[in-house]
Design a protein around this ligand. Structure first.
Ligand SMILES: *[C@@H]1O[C@H](CO)[C@@H](O)[C@H](O)[C@H]1NC(C)=O
Length: 103
């Protein structure tokens, strides 16, 4: 009886850990580059919510289930100009100043 209870709780724990691992693996993230193009200093953003973007040479967005809205103003003010909904990459300079990862 005790052994069964223990293995059930271990199974539950394993499932919880797996869910956490999947969750982490699936988080969307964006790497922005100082430029020119996708070169030089890079910064990774993966936090949910709004982040200012300080590097604008190029970007590489890895989609993990959360879309990212890009804004021309800092602090995600105004209307979003563009929404990233899948893996995408561009090595051209852009003017977005902030982004909001929806999660
Ligand atoms: C984002 O940038 C604006 C303008 O530079 C600044 O006022 C604001 O405090 C920044 N927000 C964050 C979260 O760093």
């Amino acid at each position: 009886m005790a052994a069964t209870k223990k293995s059930v709780s271990m199974l539950i724990m394993a499932l919880v850990l797996m869910a956490v691992a999947i969750e982490l693996a699936n988080a969307s993230s964006i790497i922005v580059f100082a430029g020119p193009g996708c070169n030089n200093r890079a910064q990774k953003h993966l936090k949910c919510g709004c982040s200012n973007i300080s590097l604008r040479g190029g970007y590489e967005f890895t989609y993990g289930g959360q879309s990212a809205a890009m804004y021309w103003q800092s602090d995600c003010e105004g209307a979003s100009q563009f929404i990233l909904r899948g893996d995408s990459r561009s090595c051209d300079a852009y003017t977005w100043k902030s982004m909001f990862i929806q999660c």
